[in-house]
Write a protein that binds this ligand. Structure first.
Ligand SMILES: Nc1nc2c(c(=O)[nH]1)N[C@@H](CN(C=O)c1ccc(C(=O)N[C@@H](CCC(=O)O)C(=O)O)cc1)CN2
Ligand SMILES: [Mg+2]
Length: 291
């Protein structure tokens, strides 16, 4: 193995501290802490862990965590009504509905209902449009976390060839928009791409978010490439990414591990987005590029 291991866990801990350092001044200025409301529907065990960690880390950063747990059988109207109440609550700066929702609920409908200025997940089409247009947006947490790791590793990304594998609204599409905004030449590959190794051969940057365990093989990579693995797949061999770590680590210049790579960045960026949303909503200045 020769690749540098990108320590997302340590980067995320640093980012959470940076976020926390801005909270006292916000409280001084407004008389309250930034507030994040998290809605969990049902009992999906992984979602329950993520939501618990979000609450813990929100409080550890000095912010207010408002948690709503709804029964798995809750009706769409009741979920929508909760979002309406959170939209109207001036102490709530960020609203997040934990995904996936039980199959009888329409995630698009509930996301559309969230006030775009409180949409700390960055999933609302208004924010997707703002991001695509280069306007100030709430940016989805996982891709923004990937971008932070990439810039920390590589510095200026301008002119680099990037392949994003996966075209979801949550990771692939916003990741492509962020890399395009950084002047990368971006290819979006996905499950129907005919000859993935052909594209990967030239890629300086690979972001794998396809949702298939160990899908990307090291032999396909350009030697020295930076590989960001967004996958979290629970298999008989434990938790694995979308990249075959061992073969990729012998070809790449740097790679994120699973666990301990991208995953921890998701919650750290969520706290960052909540801080940003709170400052924007209150009109309190914040140098967003410094956090
Ligand atoms: N509304 C949202 N729903 C979901 C999101 C999201 O950003 N917003 N992302 C994922 C789940 N997620 C946060 O919600 C999340 C996933 C993974 C991690 C993480 O720290 N992973 C660890 C491994 C933990 C494990 O064993 O499962 C790691 O990779 O090191 C944090 C948050 C889907 N839903
Ligand atoms: Mg896909």
């Amino acid at each position: 193995m020769s690749a540098r291991i990108i320590d997302g866990k340590a980067f995320a801990a640093d980012l959470r501290e940076r976020v926390a350092s801005h909270v006292p001044a916000f409280r001084e200025r407004t008389g309250r802490s930034p507030g994040l409301a998290v809605v969990l529907v049902g009992e999906d065990p992984a979602s329950a862990v993520y939501v618990r960690n979000k609450g813990k880390m929100t409080r550890a950063a000095g912010m207010e965590s408002i948690e709503h747990r709804l029964d798995a059988k809750v009706e769409q109207d009741e979920l929508n009504a909760l979002v309406d109440r959170l939209n109207a609550d001036p102490t709530v700066d960020g609203i997040l509905v934990q995904l996936p929702l039980p199959p009888h609920l329409d995630a698009d409908e509930v996301i559309l209902r969230i006030d775009p200025d409180k949409d700390v997940d960055g999933f609302h089409p208004v924010n997707a449009g703002r991001l695509a247009s280069g306007l100030p947006a709430m940016v989805p947490c996982t891709p923004l976390g990937c971008l932070m790791l990439l810039e920390d590793e590589l510095g200026d990304l301008s002119g680099k060839d990037a392949v994003v594998i996966g075209r979801s609204n949550i990771v692939g599409k916003p990741m492509a928009a962020l890399l395009t905004a950084k002047s990368c030449t971006v290819t979006v590959a996905h499950s129907r791409t005919r000859n993935l190794p052909h594209y990967l051969k030239h890629a300086d940057i690979v972001v794998a978010a396809v949702g298939r365990p160990q899908f990307v093989h090291g032999e396909w990579l350009k030697p020295g490439a930076t590989v960001i693995d967004v996958g979290i797949n629970r298999t008989e061999d434990g938790l694995v990414g979308d990249v075959d770590f061992d073969s990729a680590a012998s070809m790449a210049g740097a790679i994120t591990p699973v666990p301990g790579g991208v995953g921890p960045m998701t919650i750290a960026v969520l706290l960052r987005n909540t801080l940003v949303a709170a400052h924007r909503r209150e009109g309190v200045p914040l140098d967003e590029s410094a956090i």
